[in-house]
Design a binder for this molecule. Structure first.
Ligand code: 5GP
Ligand code: MG
Length: 172
């Protein structure tokens, strides 16, 4: 049986999301902000985060696939749902669940920059250190872990566990 070890409780997540939402609201108070959620993993985080912002925001999604049903990156990144809105001259904030190697986020930033936005920054629920291959400036981070495979709060393993309210380390 896979074992779930609690990493971040829903109360801790709530506190961190609240504090990041405050920073984002301050930093983008005078701008035309579009948040772009990376499906599927970021959907719970994004929906909590935007409801704590005190500034207007436009919400878009993209979807990339790089993991399949495995827990180690295949390093083949594909865009499976493209951006549907104009982001030219707008301030873009990518909302991602986990930055692991950094390859996905760096691929996405290149993709978004090709539409000539005014700025592109990154907001991540989790920054995982151990396997970094690309050093990315992650402007907003909720939680940093060294390693391990995490599930819950939108994060899945083979499409399971997304519905959990807390974040767990999955030990197989
Ligand atoms: P990267 O390209 O940075 O290596 O991988 C990023 C993507 O891999 C994330 O968007 C996330 O979907 C997935 N990923 C990386 N680590 C984990 C993890 O611990 N748990 C889950 N559920 N997904 C992960
Ligand atoms: Mg992802």
């Amino acid at each position: 049986m896979p074992e779930l070890i609690l990493i971040l409780s829903k109360n801790e997540i709530d506190q961190r999301v609240t504090s990041i939402a405050k920073k984002i609201s301050d930093d983008y108070a005078r701008s035309d902000l579009i948040v772009i959620g990376v499906l599927k993993g970021a959907f719970v985080f994004l929906s909590d985060l935007i409801r704590k912002l005190t500034i207007p925001v436009q919400v878009e999604f993209v979807r990339v696939s790089s993991y399949g049903t495995e827990s180690a990156s295949t390093e083949k990144i594909r865009l499976t749902y493209e951006l549907e809105s104009e982001i030219k001259n707008k301030d873009v904030l990518i909302i991602e669940d986990i930055i692991d190697t950094g390859l996905t986020i760096s691929f996405l930033m290149d993709y978004l920059y090709s539409f000539s936005p005014k700025s592109v920054q990154v907001c991540a629920l989790i920054d995982k250190q151990e396997r970094k291959k690309k050093l990315i400036d992650i402007r907003y981070v909720c939680h940093v872990v060294e390693k391990g495979f995490l599930v819950g709060y939108g994060l899945d393993f083979a499409e399971n566990y997304r519905y959990l309210s807390d974040i767990y380390h999955l030990k197989i």
